[in-house]
Design a protein around this ligand. Structure first.
Ligand code: FAD
Ligand code: EPU
Length: 336
C-alpha cells in the first residue's frame, strides 16, 4: 500500500517533523519493483532505521521503508562462515545473532542503531572495527534499469564513513542483502583503550567476543544518548583528517589534544568532539536543540526542534571550529 502525506518523525531517530509526500514499505525485490513502477520517474528516498538522517524540510519523494528480512549462511568451512543478511534486519540484532553463534568480527560494532542495509553506506565503524574489515559483498537494485547487481568489497570503495553509495553512485542503488565473512576462531580486538578498561572493570581476564560485545554496549550506553529518550543521530560530524602541519600547530597550543595517525604519513585525524568542546559548545542548548552534555559530537533534539534549527546549530558549530582552529568539519549525518 502506498500512503500519502506521512509524518516521518517516528521513522527517524532525530524525531523531527517532516511530511513525506508518499510512503511505502517493501520486503522483497519484487515488491520494490512494483512500487517503483507504479510511480515512474518519482524521486525516491530509501529509509532504514532513520538513525543517520536529518530532514530539514518536507520530503517531496516516494519514501521506501526497507523491510527485507532473513539471515542465511551461504558458505561455511572449518574456519569461517559467509552470512547473508536482509537489508531490513536491525543491525544490532544481527550482531547479537552472530555473537551468540560464536562468529567473530562484528562484536565491536554492537549497539549501533539502524539497519543492515545502511551499514555499507557509510562503512559503519566503532571501537577499532569498520564493516569493511568483514565485508564480503552485497546485492543492490539499480533504480535506472531494475536489475540487481552484486558489489564486491573493492567496488564499494569504502573509506572512513564513506562508500561509493554516498559518492559516485549516490541515489542510484537500493541495497537488498549484505554478506559478511565471519571467523569461527575469533581473536578479540580490545586495542581500543576504553574496551580494555571496561573489560578489566568487569573482572574478565580472557575475554570472549560476547564479553567484548558486553563491554562495548556498556561504554556506549554510558556516553551516547538513547534516541528513544533524546532525539539524535550519533556523531553529527566526522572526525576531520588534516595535514600534519595543522595537527602540530594545535598540539603546540594544546598538548592534550587527541591526534591519531592515519594510513597517510603526513595526515592526522583529530577528534571533532574535542574541537567542539574546546570551542565552548559542549552541553549548550539553543531553543529545543543542543549539544550533548557527555559527547560534544552528538547534537540532540530536546523535543520539538525542527530539522532546520538543528542544521543551523550545526552551522554555528562549524563556523566556530573553523574560526578557532582553522579546521573545516564535515557533517556525517545525511541532510535532506
Ligand atoms: P538511515 O538513517 O535510514 O539511512 C542513512 C542513509 O542511507 C540515507 O541516505 C538512506 O537513504 C541510505 N540508505 C538506508 N538504507 C539503504 C539501503 N538499503 N540502500 C541504499 N541506501 C540506503 N554510525 C557509525 O558508523 N558508528 C557508530 O558508532 C554510530 N553510533 C551511533 C549512535 C547513535 C545513538 C545513533 C543514533 C547513530 C549512530 N551511528 C553510528 C549512525 C547510524 O547508526 C549508522 O549510520 C547506521 O548505519 C544508519 O542506519 P539506518 O538504517 O538508520 O540508516
Ligand atoms: N572528546 C572530547 N570531548 C567530547 C567528546 C570527545 O574531548 O565531548 C575526546 C575524547 O576524550 C577522546 C576523543 O575525543 O579523546 C575521541 O572520543 P570518543 O572515543 O568518544 O570517540 P569519537 O571520536 O567522539 C568516534 C565515532 C563514533 C564511534 C566512537 C567509538 C566518528 C565521527 N565518531 O567518536 O561513531 O562510536 O568513535 O569508536 O568517527 C557515529 O559515527 O555516529 C559514531 C557515534
Amino acid at each position: 500500500m502506498i500512503q500519502q502525506s506521512i509524518d516521518l518523525s517516528e521513522y527517524t531517530t532525530f524525531g523531527v517533523n517532516a511530511i513525506a509526500s508518499e510512503f511505502a514499505r517493501f520486503d522483497s525485490v519484487e515488491r520494490l519493483s512494483t512500487v517503483i513502477n507504479s510511480f515512474p520517474n518519482r524521486s525516491l528516498l530509501v529509509l532504514g532505521g532513520g538513525s543517520n538522517l536529518l530532514a530539514t524540510k518536507d520530503i517531496d519523494a516516494l519514501v521506501l521503508k526497507n523491510e527485507i528480512k532473513g539471515i542465511t549462511i551461504t558458505e561455511e568451512t572449518d574456519n569461517y562462515v559467509v552470512v547473508e543478511c536482509g537489508a531490513g534486519e536491525v543491525w544490532h540484532e544481527f550482531v547479537m545473532f552472530c555473537v551468540n553463534n560464536g562468529w567473530g568480527g562484528i562484536e565491536n560494532l554492537s549497539l549501533i542503531p539502524g539497519s543492515v542495509g545502511a551499514s555499507p553506506m557509510q562503512n559503519i565503524g566503532a571501537y577499532g572495527v569498520e564493516i569493511k574489515d568483514v565485508f564480503h559483498s552485497l546485492d543492490a537494485f539499480c533504480i535506472a534499469d531494475g536489475s540487481v547487481k552484486t558489489f564486491s568489497k573493492e567496488a564499494c570503495e569504502f573509506g572512513y564513513r564513506e562508500s561509493v553509495f554516498k559518492r559516485k553512485l549516490k541515489d542510484q542503488y537500493i541495497i537488498l542483502t549484505v554478506r559478511f565473512t565471519l571467523t569461527k576462531h575469533p581473536e578479540v580486538n580490545t586495542k581500543y583503550g576504553a574496551i580494555e578498561t571496561q573489560i578489566n572493570e568487569m573482572g574478565i581476564t580472557s575475554p570472549t567476543i560476547k564479553d567484548v560485545s558486553d563491554a562495548v554496549i556498556a561504554i556506549r550506553s554510558s556516553k551516547l544518548p538513547d534516541p528513544a529518550v533524546l532525539g539524535n543521530a550519533g556523531s553529527f560530524f566526522k572526525n576531520p583528517v588534516v595535514s600534519e602541519e595543522i595537527a602540530l600547530t594545535i598540539l603546540n597550543q594544546y598538548p592534550d589534544a587527541p591526534v591519531y595517525d592515519t594510513a597517510e604519513k603526513n595526515q592526522k585525524k583529530l577528534a571533532a568532539g574535542w574541537l567542539i568542546e574546546k570551542a565552548g559548545w559542549k552541553g549548550k542548548r539553543i531553543g529545543n536543540c543542543g549539544v550533548h552534555e557527555k559527547q560534544a559530537l552528538v547534537l540532540v533534539n530536546f523535543g520539538g526542534a525542527t530539522g532546520k534549527e538543528i542544521f543551523e546549530l550545526s552551522q554555528r558549530i562549524l563556523d566556530d571550529v573553523k574560526q578557532m582552529f582553522g579546521v573545516s568539519l564535515e557533517r556525517e549525518v545525511n541532510i535532506l
